[in-house]
Design a protein around this ligand. Structure first.
Ligand SMILES: Nc1nc2c(ncn2[C@@H]2O[C@H](COP(=O)(O)OP(=O)(O)OP(=O)(O)O)[C@@H](O)[C@H]2O)c(=O)[nH]1
Ligand SMILES: [Zn+2]
Length: 363
């Protein structure tokens, strides 16, 4: 190597060695008492032939952690691990860092799967972006999906709580960012109440998969290995981007899903500016002049000069554009965008997209 500038920025090549297989991490979130721990316990006791590590993320809030796990060891990042009969592992990570998990793997050997339970008030988008960024840096771990548990009985009430200073309601944020929602405690509600909860979840996140449970008993195949962020699953994403139902009209404070399709080529540079203006600069406003807040962003775009479909993924303030193996071939170059967030105005977003990003729009 002649040029030795910035060697630390060189991407790490994946090792052919199967030892280096990346380990999926699923984030389990949900409001206080929704059934997250019940879900984790259920997963850990189910037959699955996987060595699963469960990590409880405390966020240093002094939350009510299960006592057996919260054995404090000053100066240690992870506190206490419990080894379960089926080879699974359970521990509590004090620091929200990935480093703690990597340290744990060094000590205990690799797992097949990691489940991370966030506290009820955590912003799962922030936790997710932590794992997502690190994947780029050659981490052993990749983000598989975000699962949000909802209390069928109290979920609607939690969603209706108004936050001071116009902050986004945490329960709504947790649904907005989810790949899968589990509506739990269905034993406590009537069929009508349950359907109201389901409709509300759907109106917030038009893409999310919904399952309904008692005691969080869910088919593991629905929860694990979702590959929600892989560009390898470009085809899968294209399918997912077909919304089940159109979003309903809303109170302007609430979170909702906005989606549009435009055929034509997209300029990559202009697209980056568009996304950054939206996610970082918060430059786009709705008709009432309120800034749009995007919590989750997904799409398939046709970048000018590229034969392959490109996947767009955004969580929180992070986003990525990745080429998928899927070619456009003879198919129309249809850009499909999905935005989940607050104060979103479809017409304004679409107009801005067409005028600033498209090189040859046909609507
Ligand atoms: N009736 C009923 N109760 C349930 C169900 N699932 C869980 N529970 C109970 O609800 C309570 C809260 O469940 P957890 O699994 O601890 O909820 P959590 O989301 O982990 O709670 P935090 O960690 O405190 O935010 C417990 O008493 C559970 O036994 C269910 O389907 N029906
Ligand atoms: Zn819990």
């Amino acid at each position: 190597m002649e040029d030795d500038d910035c060697p630390e920025l060189v991407p790490i090549e994946p090792q052919p060695d199967s030892d280096e297989k990346q380990i999926p991490v699923t984030i389990i979130t949900g409001y206080l008492g929704a059934g997250k721990t019940t879900l984790l316990n259920y997963i850990l006791t189910e037959q699955h032939n996987k060595r699963i590590a469960v990590i409880l993320n405390e966020f240093g809030e002094g939350s009510a952690l299960e006592k057996s796990l919260a054995v404090s060891q000053a100066g240690e990042l992870y506190e206490e691990w419990l080894e379960l009969r089926n080879g699974c592992l359970c521990c509590s990570v004090k620091d929200n860092g990935l480093k703690a998990i990597e340290n744990l793997m060094e000590k205990k050997g690799k797992f097949d799967y990691i489940l991370l339970e966030t506290t009820g008030l955590a912003d799962p988008g922030a936790v997710a972006s932590m794992f997502w960024v690190d994947a780029e840096l050659g981490s052993d771990i990749y983000l598989d999906g975000i699962v949000t548990v909802i209390d069928a009985k109290y979920g609607l009430q939690q969603l209706a709580e108004e936050k001071a200073d116009g902050l986004v309601n945490e329960a709504a944020r947790q649904i907005a960012v989810a790949d899968l929602t589990i509506i739990n405690k269905t034993d406590l509600v009537s069929v009508e109440e349950l359907s109201h909860v389901r409709d509300t979840v759907r109106s917030i996140n038009g893409l999310v998969k919904i399952v309904e449970t008692q005691r969080s008993r869910v088919d593991l195949a629905e929860v694990l290995d979702l590959h929600s962020f892989d560009s390898k699953n470009g085809v899968n994403l294209a399918e997912k981007l077909q919304l089940d139902q159109p979003a309903r009209p809303h109170l302007d404070k609430s979170i909702l899903t906005v989606t549009f399709n435009v055929t034509g080529d997209v300029s990559e540079d202009a697209l980056n500016v568009f996304i950054q203006d939206l996610l970082w600069e918060k430059l786009m406003c709705n008709k009432e002049g309120r800034p749009m807040t995007v919590i989750r962003l997904k799409g398939i775009v046709a970048l000018a000069g590229k034969a392959n479909q490109v996947m767009l993924q955004g969580v929180h303030e992070l986003y990525e554009l990745n080429e998928t193996p899927q070619m456009w071939d003879g198919n129309p170059r249809l850009n499909r965008l999905v935005f989940i967030g607050r104060n979103l105005d479809k017409d304004i977003l679409m107009e801005k997209f067409i005028s600033s990003v498209m090189t040859n729009a046909q609507t």
